[in-house]
Design a protein around this ligand. Structure first.
Ligand code: GLC
Length: 556
């Protein structure tokens, strides 16, 4: 049965506002995990200059924007998601001038720049937390339970493992949903709101085009901070509304930020966006974050967590499109990021599936996020020695990752690779990129690399793959080039076409996309002329042979 799914039409251009239909609605946005992208000074840690020097590569790859993970002053207890000064660049990554130059260079190349903002918590080294009086007002301190307050105020667990509370020398406790070095802010305090609005304006004035809002579902906690009543709470994230995640109160904050972003954009003739890293139990609840007066996009982790199985993929795609259409927002697709197992490894350790999944994602209506290195087909590094690991969850005995919820396709994960990465941790997807050469650090920088790179990555470097039509890098380049050229891709309508079991067929204007999720060839009447395929497709006597685990775009 053919089912018509219509993605919402873009909002009409408001005269004189520079808003237009919305560049983000079908943008391909590339995540730069700064410390692992490119190192300019030889300390083994990627930096802003290194990133700026490689921007032409991203332009050539064909993306529309880059999202930079936190590069702010930070003790680095959680890879920079513990910010001590939101207006300063950490010396590890460079200077404010480097940030300014990076933004200018990106704009000169026609690339937009999104930066992270971390509003749920700061570093414990933040001046507010360092000052006991200020800390009491701006963070969540509570007396302990028990005869002498020796027990935590409630039963909440940190996402990284262990209790979500730490006791101070003064005897009271403070809340940290992540590491103890990341105290949660008190969003009942108007000074916290004012400060984050000022921080946003600071970066907007430096020219950024938007913010990726870290833990956008976290800032508001249920009144009275009630107990949950049972353990293993990390498993519940994204599966149900928790007293600390996905509380309805967060939406007022996002509305205020939308007003700020629109106001700033209107005043400067540009469109600046907010993208929510939000974990919600259903596609409908996630869609609340992208209502017309809230943020512009939300990461669609339901798609990321879908198993490689045609029915499951189809239902997650349908649910995602329907939910966002109900609020008039575009859907945002993502397969990999710095918190999850790289999709090459997650999808059964199969590069074929990863390539097919990417082509499927890029054929869907809406915007797509790419994580650095996926265009090289990099696998998760699963044999890092303990002494090099840096993920705070590893040291806290937690299993889960950042705010990564349940439902990852553990069944198709290879032995020994848990959903969250190596043993459930996140360093394995953060290994520095291989750019060129046969030996580590593969052109990452003039020194070494902060995490060891595998000895067999010589064939995966950008240099090795460039110009090889069979390479994953050239597949990404070709797909992104077609996406720019074919008006039917990106935002717009999509419908399902009939297909054999295990195969998906979806049509976009002028294009049909087939996905064979089975491990063997499937024959079907050739639907058109092949435009691009993740694996060699043959057409004989009007019959197409779709290779196992492949995706093909057909001109129709
Ligand atoms: C988000 C980030 C993750 C971080 C966490 C706490 O989930 O993506 O890397 O650890 O927030 O800030």
């Amino acid at each position: 049965m053919t089912q018509e799914l219509t993605s919402p039409s873009p909002a009409p251009q408001a005269p004189g506002t520079g808003r237009g239909p919305g560049w983000w609605r079908d943008a391909v946005i590339y995540q730069v995990y700064v410390r692992s992208f490119a190192d300019s000074d030889g300390d083994g840690i990627g930096d802003l200059r290194g990133a700026r020097e490689r921007l032409p590569y991203l332009k050539d790859l064909g993306v529309d924007a880059v999202w930079l993970t936190p590069f702010y002053a930070s003790p680095q207890a959680d890879g920079g998601y513990d910010v001590a000064d939101y207006r300063a660049v950490d010396p590890l990554f460079g200077t404010l001038q480097d940030a300014d130059e990076l933004i200018r260079t990106a704009h000169d190349l026609g690339l937009r720049v999104i930066v992270d903002i971390v509003p749920n918590h700061t570093s414990d080294r933040h001046p507010w937390f360092q000052d006991p009086e200020l800390a009491r007002q701006r963070y969540l301190f509570r007396p302990g339970k028990g005869e002498s307050g020796e027990l935590p105020p409630n039963d909440w667990e940190s996402v990284f493992g262990g209790p979500a509370w730490t006791r101070t020398d003064r005897g009271d406790w403070y809340l940290h949903l992540f590491a103890p070095e990341q105290p949660d802010l008190n969003w009942d305090n108007p000074e916290v709101h004012a400060e984050f609005e000022a921080i946003m304006r600071f970066w907007l004035d430096l020219g950024v085009d938007g913010f990726r809002v870290d833990v956008a579902h976290g800032m508001i906690k249920a009144p009275g901070l009630p107990d949950i009543g049972h353990g293993a709470q990390a498993q519940l994230i994204g599966a149900q509304v928790l007293p600390f995640f996905d509380q309805d109160g967060v939406h007022a904050i996002h509305r205020a930020w939308r007003r700020l972003l629109d106001g700033y954009g209107d005043a400067h003739g540009k469109q600046v966006i907010g993208v929510a890293e939000a974990w919600a139990p259903t596609a409908e609840r996630l869609a609340l974050y992208v209502r017309p007066d809230e943020l512009h996009q939300a990461f669609n982790f339901q798609f990321l967590n879908a198993p490689w199985q045609s029915d499951a993929l189809r239902s997650v795609i349908d649910a995602s499109l329907a939910a966002t259409a109900s609020v008039g927002a575009p859907t945002t697709w993502v397969l990999s990021n710095h918190d999850v197992v790289r999709h090459t490894t997650r999808l059964g350790g199969s590069l074929a599936r990863a390539r097919a999944a990417t082509l499927l994602m890029l054929a869907l209506p809406g915007s797509a996020y790419l994580y650095q290195g996926e265009e090289l087909g990099l696998p998760e590094v699963t044999d890092l020695p303990d002494e090099v690991r840096q993920d705070p969850a590893f040291f806290r005995g937690g299993r889960a990752t950042g705010a990564v919820g349940p439902g990852t396709d553990t069944e198709s994960a290879p032995d020994g690779v848990a959903a969250g990465g190596q043993d459930g941790f996140r360093d394995g997807c953060r290994v520095p990129l291989p750019w060129s050469g046969e030996l580590p650090p593969y052109g990452f920088g003039p020194g070494g690399s902060w995490l060891p790179q595998p000895a067999d990555w010589g064939g995966l470097t950008v240099a090795a793959q460039t110009g090889d039509p069979a390479s994953t890098l050239e597949l990404y380049r070709a797909a992104l080039e077609l996406r720019r050229r074919l008006p039917g891709l990106g935002d717009g309508p999509m419908s399902w076409a009939p297909a054999p079991d295990g195969v998906l067929a979806l049509t976009r204007p002028g294009l049909l996309c087939t996905v064979n999720t089975l491990g063997h060839d499937v024959g079907l009447p050739a639907p058109g002329t092949p435009l691009l395929s993740s694996a060699p497709v043959t057409v004989d006597d009007a019959t197409a042979q779709l290779p196992g685990d492949s995706c093909t775009w057909w001109a129709i």
